[in-house]
Design a protein around this ligand. Sequence first.
Ligand SMILES: *[C@@H]1O[C@H](CO)[C@@H](O)[C@H](O)[C@H]1NC(C)=O
Ligand SMILES: *[C@@H]1O[C@H](CO)[C@@H](O)[C@H](O)[C@H]1NC(C)=O
Length: 411
Amino acid sequence: MNPILFTKIMFILSINFSYTKSNSLEFLNLRNTDPSIIEDATLDTFTLIKKYGYPCEIHRVYTEDKYVLEMHRIPYGKENSIKGTRPVVFLQHGLLSSSAEFVLMRPDKGLAYLLAEAGYDVWMGNARGNTYSRKHVSLKTTSSSFWKFSWHEIGYYDLPAMIDYVIKETGVEKMQYIAFSQGTTAFWVMTSMRPEYNEKFTAMHAMAPIAYVGNIRSPVIRAVAPFTNSLETILKLIGANEILPNGNLNKLAGEKLCIEEASTQSLCTNLLFLFCGFDVEQLNKTMLPVVMGHTPAGASTRQFIHFGQLYKSGKFSYFDHGWWANRRTYGSFRPPAYNISTIKVPIFLHYADNDWLSTPKDVDRLFKELKSVVGKYRVPLDNFNHLDFVFANDAKKLIYDRIIRIMAQFL
Ligand SMILES: *[C@@H]1O[C@H](CO)[C@@H](O)[C@H](O)[C@H]1NC(C)=O
Ligand SMILES: *[C@@H]1O[C@H](CO)[C@@H](O)[C@H](O)[C@H]1NC(C)=O
């Protein structure tokens, strides 16, 4: 690989991606854009939900290791506004994203709204480090200690703290869990490492599940993953905790990695699309500024490094700190694997053939190792890609309607 390109990609990965509306939006030509779209791009999750006439609450949760997380709740719907005790569903977003993921596509398409209308009390989590969960009792986001976490900590600390909070607040004993991508990874961590959490869910619905990633097809990830080990060293040398994506990144992305038609060029300036690819047919270009306004929503470099390690090792293992630190931390030179065969929650896996990150082969392996999978469903559309699970024009018809039908059996 060309060393300059390599350095640049390293630089991309060394960014603790930060939320900057103007940064993503300035590359889109917004002059002829509907003002309501621009407004959606800039409102936060709470205000966005309110704008569409839905009730919304903000809840603050403290984790055991003292991160402060913000959850968003849609307690009931607009049409279906029966209050009282509703069954609870918990939604967890993917990498570089936030609770906004489930409402960006507006009430007729956003999963959170559809669930509220289907009778659920909808809670949406936000993982540490994203737009809404950038606080800690004593650490500042400018300190590198703040960013010393991967999705392991999201599964081990954030999810349990949020789930416990929801149970306390609503009085329910069990709930259903729906997640996209990294939101599923964190769930495997929680339920394999903290067995008592298996008792708190009646069912789990995984959209584009991620555990094994050896067969990832994303060109950017395949190019960078082999260098995962050197990455932390480079990070320390740079000494950077948070750098904003700059012009070079966008230029690189635009020139080298995107050869699509002009109207989708701007996609390539967004890291989310850079990693996941996109499906031109299922992406509503009118809504693009909204997606760009809300992502990337912040992640630590360790989240990427940890995924890179999984890609290299072909295993679903704890974070690899290097031989001696592993020995100190885990008592073995190699990081142990998560024992996902111990998970007991009834699971439904939803995957797609053209998904670059959650590939059918890797999902199949996960399916075989989990002991509690009840259903495994392929999305019936050949070109359906990773982000389509949350942003596709037809996501409701192709996936959400089915999930909501399945959920009715677990009340
Ligand atoms: C795209 O989004 C706009 C604005 O929300 C909407 O009016 C239009 O119907 C959408 N198109 C499709 C194909 O879903
Ligand atoms: C994983 O858990 C199962 C069930 O508890 C146990 O039988 C098996 O030995 C465990 N595997 C490892 C590698 O620890």
